[in-house]
Design a protein around this ligand. Structure first.
Ligand code: RIB
Length: 316
């Protein structure tokens, strides 16, 4: 089956330590360790595939044990993956700390991901897709190239600007249909645009903004749809002519790592399922994200189609 959702992005091996509290500078704490598949791009592809969309993934890896595990993992997840080998580089890795409240701190070493090139991405794969998703854990020049081709072929392009980077070029926004930043990324994006230089906002004040004010900041980014993910406050969907606030579901939080990826993957699958209805897709993404935080880990915590269906059927 041709993938309806294509994610071009990172594969990263997650090295995760759980501890009661994050260590302070110079402090050592005792914790437990686990390793598994991660990377924002791959996590998003897993979320979309488990949510029921035929999904493809393009990324870059080294020639090492982590790359072998990645290939096996994508096969098991039924993802049509093209992992391009960069023999001189290591597969990406992330050091993740998770505390007892499920909060996280992450350092990611991009490794081979940063060497992904436009030529590594098959144009035919993009031409067959309905939704194409990129993030910021690869070579950023690839994103604009991918979006140009995907859009020309009629696909919806979705950019998750995570993590926000100093080398971000706002020109990619001209090829973006749906932009999905979290609060910090949104603030950085608004600040990076000269046209909005006089709009001063800071992340902790975003919660205090009236929805109409947040909507006009979103509109200043000049992308058809902007969805700001707001963690435990849900998400804000800004379309050209309307805006919608969607509250988060109340669940028992175990680990928030990868919740943003769960939302993006769920949203992409939702766009296919609900024929391009962005609010319906965002509601679906919200449920996928809620379920993901109830389990430990990143890719392994993405819910299956059956779990999502049961969650959506539960009494209010
Ligand atoms: O969004 C979570 C992901 O970010 C982790 O899987 C880690 O690999 C980092 O890339």
């Amino acid at each position: 089956m041709k993938p309806a959702v294509v994610v071009v992005g990172s594969f990263v091996q997650d090295l995760t330590w759980r501890c009661a509290e994050f260590p302070a500078t110079g402090e050592t704490v005792v914790g437990t360790f686990v390793t598994g598949p991660g990377g924002k791009g791959s996590n998003q592809a897993v979320a979309a595939a488990r949510a029921g969309a035929a999904t493809g993934f393009v990324g870059a890896v080294g020639r090492d044990e982590f790359a072998l595990a990645a290939k096996k993992f994508h096969r098991a997840e039924n993802i049509a993956a093209r992992l391009v080998e960069k023999p001189a580089l290591a597969t990406g890795t992330a050091a993740i700390l998770v505390n007892r409240r499920g909060q996280n701190q992450i350092i990611v070493a991009l490794g081979a991901n940063a060497a992904l090139t436009p030529r590594d991405v098959p144009a035919a794969l993009l031409r067959g897709a309905r939704v194409v998703v990129c993030q910021h854990e690869t070579n950023l020049a690839v994103n604009a190239h991918v979006f140009r081709l995907a859009r020309a072929a009629g696909a919806t392009t979705v950019l998750n600007p995570a993590p926000m980077r100093a080398d971000f070029d706002p020109a990619v926004l001209a090829h973006t249909d749906v932009l999905i930043p979290n609060e910090n990324e949104f603030v950085a994006l608004v600040a990076s645009l000269r046209a909005t230089g006089r709009m001063k906002i800071i992340a902790h004040s975003l919660a205090a903004l009236a929805p109409a004010a947040l909507h006009s900041l979103c509109r200043a980014l000049n992308v058809p749809t902007v969805i700001v993910t707001l963690g435990e406050r849900g998400c804000f969907v800004s379309e050209r002519e309307r805006f919608t606030s969607l509250p988060a579901h109340r669940v028992k939080v175990v680990d928030t790592t990868g919740a943003g990826d769960a939302f993006i993957g769920g949203f992409a699958a939702g766009l296919v399922k609900f024929a391009g209805d962005v609010v319906a897709a965002a509601c679906f993404g919200n449920s996928v994200a809620a379920l993901s935080v109830t389990k430990f880990g990143t890719a392994p915590s993405m819910p299956a189609k059956k779990e999502i269906a049961a969650f959506l059927r539960r009494p209010a």
